[in-house]
Design a protein around this ligand. Structure first.
Ligand code: CMP
Length: 420
C-alpha cells in the first residue's frame, strides 16, 4: 500500500514539477494571462510538494519499509543532502506579490527530482537506454524553454505582437544560439543581453557535445552481445589482413561468431556473474540454467537441490560443425549435455559411426563413470551448444544423488552393450 502511494506520489510530483517548470517562468514574462492563475496553481504545487516531503520523511523514519521509489535510503543522509531543496520547494508561492522572481523558488526541487528520475530509470532496467534518450530530450526541451523565457525577460517583449509570436521568436533565438547556428537576425544589443547570449552559447556547446555523445553511445552500445559480435569480427578482419588466414577457416570462424550472436551467447555473462557474491551468483545461475537443465532427459525429475548444485558447476561450450570434442582412447575429463545440435559417435579411427546424439541427450559419461579411456570419438555434425561438467564436479555431485547415478549407470550399460 505504502509502496503504491509512493509510486503515485512520485509520478504526481514529477508531473506537477514538469508543468510548473513550464508555466512559472512563462508567467514571469506574461503575468496577466487570463488562462493561467499562479494563485491556484501555486497552492497545488505547495500542497503536493509538502505531501511529498512529509511522506518521504515518514517512509525514511520507518526504516524497515521497502522503499522502491526513493533514491534515498537513510534519513540522516537525506536530511544532510536533498532535504533542503525539498524544504525550500514547499514555500507557499501563492502568497508572494505577483509577479515576483520568488515564485520560481519551487524550481529548486529540480535537484531532488533529477535524482529521483535517475533512480527510477535505474530500477526500470529494461528501458534503460530508451530512458536515457527520453531524459535528454526532456532536459533539452526544458532548458530551451527556460533560456527562451530568460531572453524575453532580458530583451523585453514586443507589445504589438501576440504572446505566441513573442514566445516563438525567443525560442527561435535560443535554438539558433544554443546550436551555435546564429543566423544573426535577432541579436543582443545591451550589455546584459550580450552577456546572456555569451553564456547561452557556452552552455550550448557543452550541452550539445554532452547530449550527442550520450545519445550516440546509448544507440551504439545498446546490446553487449552485439558489441561483442562486432569486436570479434573486427579482430577476425585484422587477422585476415595480417596473417593471411585461409578462406575456409575464416569463414568457419565467422559462422561461429554469427552463431554466438544469434543465440545471444558468449557476451561474457560469466565475467559479469563473477562480480556477484557467491550466493547471488548461484541463484542467478540456477535461474538461467534451470529450463535448459530440465530439457535434458536425465534430469527430468531432478530435485531443486540437485539442479542448484549442478547449475553452479555447469559450463557452456559452443562447437562448430566437423569439430572433434575428443578422440577414442583419450583420457576423459568432462561429461557433456547437448542443449542444441547434433553430434556423431565414431569408432575404428573415426571411420565408423555407431550413433548420433541429439539435443536433450548426454555423452562422455562412460570414461568418467568407469575411469577408463574414451571408448569412441565424438564429432559435431552441426553447430552445437553444450553444457559440460568437469570430472571433479561429476565425482562429487553424482554420488550424492543415487537416482541420477542409477540412470547414468543404466545408460553406460546400454551403450557398452550396443558396442559389443
Ligand atoms: P566415453 O567413453 O566417455 O566417450 C565416448 C562416448 O561416446 C561415450 O562415453 C558415450 O557417452 C558415447 N557413446 C559410446 N557408445 C555409444 C553408443 N552406442 N550410443 C551412444 N553414445 C555412445
Amino acid at each position: 500500500m505504502i509502496k503504491y502511494a509512493l509510486k503515485f506520489l512520485t509520478f504526481l510530483v514529477v508531473a506537477v514539477f514538469f508543468l510548473f517548470s513550464i508555466f512559472a517562468p512563462f508567467h514571469q514574462i506574461f503575468p496577466n494571462l487570463e488562462s493561467y492563475s499562479i494563485d491556484l496553481f501555486g497552492w497545488y504545487v505547495s500542497i503536493i510538494f509538502l505531501s511529498d516531503l512529509l511522506f518521504k520523511l515518514f517512509v525514511l523514519t520507518n526504516n524497515r519499509m521497502q522503499i522502491g521509489f526513493l533514491a534515498e535510503n537513510d534519513l540522516g543522509n537525506y536530511l544532510k543532502s536533498y532535504f533542503i531543496f525539498d524544504l525550500i520547494a514547499v514555500v507557499p508561492i501563492a502568497l508572494f506579490p505577483n509577479p515576483s522572481l520568488w515564485q520560481l523558488l519551487p524550481l529548486i526541487k529540480i535537484f531532488s527530482i533529477f535524482r529521483r528520475i535517475s533512480f527510477i530509470r535505474q530500477t526500470l532496467l529494461k528501458f534503460a537506454s530508451l530512458g536515457v534518450v527520453v531524459q535528454f530530450l526532456y532536459w533539452f526541451a526544458q532548458i530551451t524553454h527556460w533560456i527562451s523565457c530568460g531572453w524575453l525577460k532580458i530583451a523585453g517583449i514586443e507589445e504589438q505582437s501576440s504572446v505566441t509570436t513573442n514566445y516563438i521568436s525567443a525560442l527561435y533565438w535560443t535554438t539558433t544560439t544554443l546550436t551555435t547556428v546564429g543566423y544573426g537576425d535577432i541579436v543582443p544589443h545591451t550589455n546584459i543581453e550580450k552577456i546572456y547570449a555569451s553564456v547561452v552559447m557556452i552552455i550550448g556547446v557543452g550541452f550539445y557535445g554532452y547530449l550527442i555523445g550520450n545519445v550516440v553511445s546509448v544507440i551504439t552500445k545498446r546490446d553487449p552481445a552485439h558489441e561483442k559480435f562486432i569486436s570479434n569480427l573486427d579482430n577476425l578482419s585484422a587477422m585476415v589482413k595480417h596473417r593471411n588466414m585461409p578462406k575456409e577457416l575464416t569463414s568457419r570462424i565467422r559462422q561461429y561468431f554469427l552463431y554466438l550472436w544469434k543465440h545471444r551467447l558468449g557476451n561474457n555473462e560469466g565475467e559479469f556473474l563473477d562480480n556477484l557474491p557467491q550466493g547471488l551468483k548461484s541463484e542467478v545461475q540456477t535461474f538461467l540454467k534451470q529450463d535448459v537443465i530440465k530439457d535434458i532427459d536425465l534430469f527430468k525429475d531432478a530435485s531443486k537441490e540437485f539442479i542448484t548444485e549442478l547449475a553452479d558447476n555447469l559450463h557452456e561450450l559452443v562447437i562448430t560443425p566437423d569439430e572433434f570434442l575428443f578422440s577414442e582412447g583419450s583420457i576423459g575429463t568432462r561429461v557433456f549435455f547437448v542443449i542444441k545440435g547434433e553430434l556423431s559417435v565414431l569408432i575404428e579411427n573415426n571411420t565408423k559411426e555407431i550413433a548420433v546424439i541429439n539435443s536433450g541427450d548426454f555423452f562422455g559419461e562412460i570414461a568418467l563413470f568407469k575411469n577408463k579411456p574414451r571408448n569412441a570419438s565424438v564429432k559435431a555434425v552441426t553447430f552445437c551448444y553444450l553444457y559440460y561438467l568437469d570430472k571433479n564436479s561429476f565425482d562429487t555431485i553424482i554420488p550424492k544423488y543415487p537416482a541420477i547415478a542409477k540412470k547414468i549407470e543404466a545408460k553406460v550399460l546400454e551403450r557398452e552393450h550396443l558396442e559389443e
